[in-house]
Design a protein around this ligand. Structure first.
Ligand code: GLU
Length: 478
């Protein structure tokens, strides 16, 4: 299947993922048969169901694809959007397989989607539609704590996850692990602290880790630290907003442009991300926001010169039509599939470093894994250790102060004594995961790139992920 971008033919999203997969597999010692088994999507369930709404029956089409069951449960979000189709859901499910394998989250890959414009329906209607969709998936074990665990994606959030969890509970009243049937739930419905911010937080940790490696920073044509770097963000949804907010407020980056579907804003001195988000929330557009100049043609902002470009919305936004004009040094794929396979070739030849989706946006599923473990263990992280840690810290400080004969600084003491709560532990686990995976990817990248210049971070990520899936198939005797 192919799609047209400004008259240029290029692969569909699923074909793009396949091309990236094949480029990696060609360089690996695994049989063609096994590679094919890993590449193909195991199954896609398509459901059409009717819901009585506004005095009539409205029919919806939904999907749940299972790409690979080498590890179970399989995992991946449910997307609500009008452009959802089988090709997209299968591409996203494949990415989930590689993503989980790369960051060592013990899940197979899955993804779901419902063809709907969430803006068209009120909360009560959305609840009825979501419960009905969930019912269809639950009765086929396509939502199940030990088999298939959805999560939020574009167009869905905590609210939808709470409805799904409750629907599962109604249908599996004696399942003690019912809450683990879905992640991304609100805290009071079995969620975990730090899940909402997780993907954006992950992007921040990725950027920080990249800048810890001088050699990699130099390859991107950059130097120094994150502080002061100019950042262009596409999409001010959950992922783009958190990434932009953390990078500007905590790492002192300058967010010079934000692009949204209905217009963008530019300010070379840096945009106040929180203020822009508040404006967008109140007005539904960035137009009229006082802290920056409004640009109607937001797509052009992807071409604005900057140090770091973060596409955090749709797939295929960097494509054959604009790849030659994109003028960042480093591109971090916060969205799934924002760069098409043909654009990827162009960016690589132009020396732009791409931190690929299967790694960059894995923060969401990583914290989903922590939530699932929390649900199965029926206790929040840190509950047993926090005060014990605190008591040990206090003991050490007391002894130190006694020995040196003077008190230590109050701020230091407070920070040192403080035992880790759930949020601190989640962030620590996420940071460790992202740093560990980046280290593995850059090792493969640098080992191979001198003799094979086509090897980039994306290919390194695919090589590691595919090898892990292949190893688990071999362990199963396949
Ligand atoms: N939808 C997110 C993703 O694409 C999160 C998936 C999950 O947490 O299972 O990675």
């Amino acid at each position: 299947m192919t799609i047209q971008t400004l008259g240029i033919t290029e692969p569909s999203f699923r074909d793009s993922v396949d091309i990236m997969f094949r480029r990696a597999v060609q360089r690996m010692a695994i049989s063609r048969g096994l590679a094919e088994k890993i590449r193909i999507c195991n199954s896609t369930y398509v459901v059409r169901f009717g819901v009585r709404l506004r005095g009539d029956i409205v029919t919806f089409t939904g999907y749940r694809s299972v790409h690979s069951e080498h590890a179970e449960p399989v995992k991946g979000g449910i997307r609500y959007a009008m452009n959802v189709d089988q090709d997209e859901v299968e591409a996203l499910a494949a990415l989930m397989t590689y993503k989980c394998a790369l960051v060592e989250v013990p899940f197979g890959g899955s993804k779901g989607g419902l063809k709907i414009n969430p803006r068209e329906w009120n909360a009560e209607e959305m609840e009825r539609i979501t419960r009905r969709f969930a019912y269809e998936l639950i009765k086929r074990d396509l939502i199940n704590p030990s088999q298939n665990v959805p999560a939020p994606d574009m167009g869905t959030g905590e609210r939808e996850m709470a409805w799904i969890a409750d629907q599962y509970h109604r249908m599996a009243t004696t399942d003690i692990n019912a809450r683990a049937c879905v992640t991304g739930k609100p805290l009071n419905a079995g969620g975990i602290r730090g899940r909402v911010e997780a993907t954006g937080r992950g992007i921040q940790y990725v950027a920080r880790e990249f800048f810890r490696h001088e050699e990699d920073v130099a390859l991107a044509g950059l130097s120094g630290s994150l502080a002061g770097k100019s950042v262009v963000v596409q999409g001010l949804g959950n992922v783009g907003y958190h990434a932009a907010k953390f990078l500007s407020e905590e790492d002192h980056c300058r967010v010079t442009a934000i692009a949204e579907y209905n217009g963008g804003i530019v300010n070379d001195d840096g945009i106040d991300v929180q203020a822009a988000k508040d404006w967008m929330g109140a007005h539904g557009t960035l137009e009229g926001f006082a802290g920056a100049a409004f640009v109607k043609e937001a797509a052009s902002l992807l071409e604005k010169p900057c140090d770091i470009l973060i596409p955090a919305a749709l797939e295929g936004v960097v494509n054959a039509g604009n790849a030659e004009r994109v003028s960042c040094k480093l591109l971090i794929e916060a969205a799934n599939g924002p760069v098409t396979a043909s654009a990827d070739d162009v960016l690589r030849k132009r020396g732009i470093i791409v931190i690929p989706d299967l790694f960059a946006n894995a923060g969401g599923v990583t914290v989903s894994y922590f939530e699932w473990v929390k649900n199965l263990s029926h206790i929040r992280f840190g509950r047993m250790q926090r005060r014990e840690e605190e008591a040990r810290g206090r003991m050490l400080i007391d002894e130190l102060e006694r020995t040196i004969g003077k008190p230590l600084g109050a701020e230091f003491k407070a920070r040192f004594i403080n035992g880790s709560d759930e949020l601190a532990l989640v962030r620590s686990g996420l940071d460790d995961t992202m740093r560990g995976a980046y280290g593995q990817m850059r090792k493969v990248w640098h080992e191979r790139r001198t003799s094979d210049p086509e090897v980039d971070l994306r290919m390194a990520g695919y090589i590691i992920a595919i090898q892990r899936v292949a190893d688990s198939y071999s362990a199963l005797g396949l």
